[in-house]
Design a protein around this ligand. Structure first.
Ligand SMILES: C[S@@+](CC[C@H](N)C(=O)[O-])C[C@H]1O[C@@H](n2cnc3c(N)ncnc32)[C@H](O)[C@@H]1O
Length: 257
């Protein structure tokens, strides 16, 4: 799914949103010095780094199945316990963490229910389990623009608003309640990022990262050019710097006990 990428490629594409989202997400989840936290699907470590700043790196663990991302996260957050693992098979004992968090990952899991059950297992009784995902249908302008332009030329383009689950507060709450978590609450989180110019927006899609990058890589040069033109038009033909907003939805709950 395009996550065997370098940190640089990921950051130009999505990581530029992840740093700010991590701060906003953790202000929703809570987390205090002295607590132990796990970041599931850490990628190159945006959320892991913010956790380490608040809790100390030795109190922070992270997991991701991508070898390149595990290497990038280990380098970015020295002292954190970063391991190569999938959400459904976390290599930590029961009740290890006060806080188990996952940013922009749930909709990539082959078995989300199994992933959440594992997140619950490694949280201590009373501990917090929380996740956030993009609102692909409406609030994530960078991806919405790309997929709207893609569907203009290919109605069957794999628009993430259609292919992804868990993109609304209701869906997230249902998943959390189904996992037996208590005190379930949800929130919408808004972030934004600045692009230096249109190329700063477009070129990251050509690096093969994520579903958007994988789709761009599947196109012939003519279709890719038409897609680029469509994105340019839909963004209003920007000549210089511009800012795009992005909305995520977040859920938090507690392990009973
Ligand atoms: C959009 S990235 C988010 C990365 C990071 N959390 C962030 O906020 O920038 C999705 C991440 O999910 C990871 N992922 C994919 N399948 C996974 C699985 N089965 N278990 C855990 N993580 C997975 C990918 O390797 C990738 O790092």
């Amino acid at each position: 799914m395009g996550f065997d990428a370098t940190r640089n490629a990921y950051d130009r594409y999505m990581g530029r949103y992840s740093d700010q989202l991590a701060i906003t997400f953790l202000s929703f989840t809570g987390g205090e010095p002295g607590q132990r936290a796990l970041d599931v699907g850490c990628g190159p470590g945006a959320l892991t780094q913010v956790l380490a700043t608040g809790l100390g790196a030795s109190h922070v663990a992270a997991a991701d199945p991508s070898e390149s991302f595990v290497a990038a996260c280990s380098e970015r957050v020295p002292g954190a316990d970063v391991r190569r693992a999938a959400a459904a098979d976390l290599p930590w004992d029961d009740a290890t963490f006060d806080l188990v968090v996952s940013q922009l990952v749930l909709n990539f899991l082959p078995d989300p229910e199994a992933g959440v059950a594992e997140m619950r297992r490694v949280a201590r009784p009373g501990g917090t389990i929380a996740a956030c995902t993009w609102d692909y249908a409406d609030g994530m302008t960078m991806l919405r623009t790309f997929w709207d332009a893609a569907r203009d030329i290919d109605p069957d383009a794999p628009d993430e608003a259609r292919t992804m689950r868990f993109t609304t507060e209701r869906e997230l709450a249902t998943l959390w309640e189904g996992a037996g978590l208590t005190d379930v609450r949800t929130r919408s989180l808004e972030v934004s990022t600045e692009y230096a110019d249109f190329d700063d927006y477009w070129l990251p899609f050509t690096l093969g990262v994520g579903p958007g990058g994988a789709y761009a890589a599947s196109l012939d040069p003519g279709a890719l050019e038409r897609l680029r033109d469509g994105c340019f038009r839909r963004l209003g033909g920007p000549e210089g710097a511009f800012t795009l907003s992005a909305r995520a939805v977040a859920v938090s709950g507690r392990r009973p006990g």
